[in-house]
Design a binder for this molecule. Sequence first.
Ligand code: AMP
Length: 105
Amino acid sequence: MSSIFTKIINREIPSDIVYETNDIIVIKDINPQAKIHLLIIPKKHIETIDHLEETDKSLIADMFFVAKKVAFDLGVTWWYKLHFNVWKAWWQEVMHLHLHLLSNI
Ligand code: AMP
């Protein structure tokens, strides 16, 4: 299954890429809700938190380490917010797992 984020990962559509590893990409949110609004996205297509498998454990851990790194790189470490929206529990617009990083610093 594809998603708009898969198209971004595959460079089929443009986006503002902030950081990238073999497994994760970080982009600027197209509709920022704060001065800094990034999306930390696994390249593997996982729909939601509900769809995580045991084998995704290290990938999910890596997403948090990438979040920490970009927060440090941007100098926002004394205030930033991380959140996942989860389909069913809250409104999730893009059905491809992503961690929001927001800061107004
Ligand atoms: P969510 O409600 O957690 O699914 O949020 C999805 C986020 O993806 C929203 O904040 C959107 O603004 C953002 N978004 C959607 N399409 C794009 C895109 N092409 N490039 C960057 N961010 C996007």
